[in-house]
Design a binder for this molecule. Structure first.
Ligand code: SF4
Length: 302
């Protein structure tokens, strides 16, 4: 059974493999670890996180997602250990200057994806992402729902309408931003995507982020936030502050891109269930607007 590496160690490994690729070295072999050491990694480095993660993805209901306890909400935004070399390998979009073309290449690379079990659990289509390929602002949700699955576009149902209103209140249009999800196929019954599904799918999101190079990413909801940040904390702690974010395991065509700043707010579906939290979400968006220098339209600001 594969064990999970510490995220920092994994990133360091990915960087090292990429460095070797840049030197033209592509073949690697793996030395078997000493038995004692292997057991040590499993228990000391990853064991507690792994245990918490399995708890988080098994059968939780959507109502509980936004305010999951720290232990229940752990998630690691990393790919499975066996995928390190795949992630570090050159990608078709590398070196492509036009971001819209680069996104198309990522979509082609994704293909009729069967990489995780969501492909055989009733999805109608893959929901890749939509919006401005040069957007300064990117929203990342958890996964497609029924409407998104039917239309092939993220955030088009009732939650999507609310997201549109939130974007409009910021003085922006939906087509100004880029919108995507952690997983690109609808989990059956709108369940929370499971850890292996997030780990398998999110490298494609990382590539989309590296191509769009947003100034700000807004993580919509606890699942998105924890997958992007690998922070084990409840929403009450995740919101209201900035995080520095660089997509793991990929490189941007723009070496000058410093990465994005990331903010966390409530998922629109949660706000539909608990409209009292809309004011809190608006505070999060105002923080984003201030950073981006966006003046809200008069009506929204009043
Ligand atoms: S969720 Fe992502 S990894 Fe899984 S089958 Fe769909 S596109 Fe592929």
């Amino acid at each position: 059974m594969p064990h999970t590496l510490d995220p920092a160690l994994r990133r360091a490994l990915v960087e090292r493999v990429r460095y070797y690729h840049e030197l033209g070295i592509y073949d690697f072999y793996r030395r078997e670890p000493a038995l004692g050491h292997s057991a040590e990694i499993g228990s000391a480095a990853a064991g507690s996180v792994q245990a918490a993660s399995s708890a988080s993805y098994s059968g939780s209901q959507s109502e509980l997602r936004e305010e999951m306890s720290a232990r229940k909400s752990a998630a690691i935004p990393v790919v499975a250990e066996d995928n390190i070399f795949e992630i570090a390998a050159p990608k078709p979009e590398y070196g492509v200057a036009d971001p819209a073309t680069a996104l198309k290449l990522i979509r082609e690379d994704l293909g009729d994806c069967t990489r995780c079990k969501l492909h055989e659990q009733g999805r109608k289509q893959i929901v890749f992402g939509v919006g401005n390929a040069r957007a300064e602002l990117m929203f990342v949700g958890e996964g497609p729902g029924a409407d998104e699955d039917a239309q092939g576009e993220p955030f088009v149902g009732r939650a999507g309408q609310l997201l549109n209103n939130m974007i409009k209140a910021m003085g922006l249009r939906r087509e100004d931003v880029y919108i995507a999800n952690i997983v690109k196929c609808r989990p059956p019954g709108n369940r929370t995507p499971e850890r292996d599904e997030c780990e398998t799918c999110s490298p494609f999101l990382m590539r989309q982020i590296a191509v769009v190079k947003p100034k700000v990413i807004v993580a919509l909801g606890a699942v998105a936030a924890k997958n992007l940040l690998a922070i084990n904390a409840p929403m009450s702690e995740l919101r209201g502050r900035w995080y520095d974010f660089k997509p793991a395991g990929v490189r941007s065509n723009d070496s000058a891109w410093p990465g994005a700043r990331l903010a966390v707010t409530y998922h629109p579906a949660f706000l539909l269930r608990d409209p009292r939290q809309k004011g809190e979400a608006w505070k999060d968006l105002q923080m984003v607007m201030k950073y981006l220098g966006i003046e809200p339209p008069k009506k929204a600001a009043e």
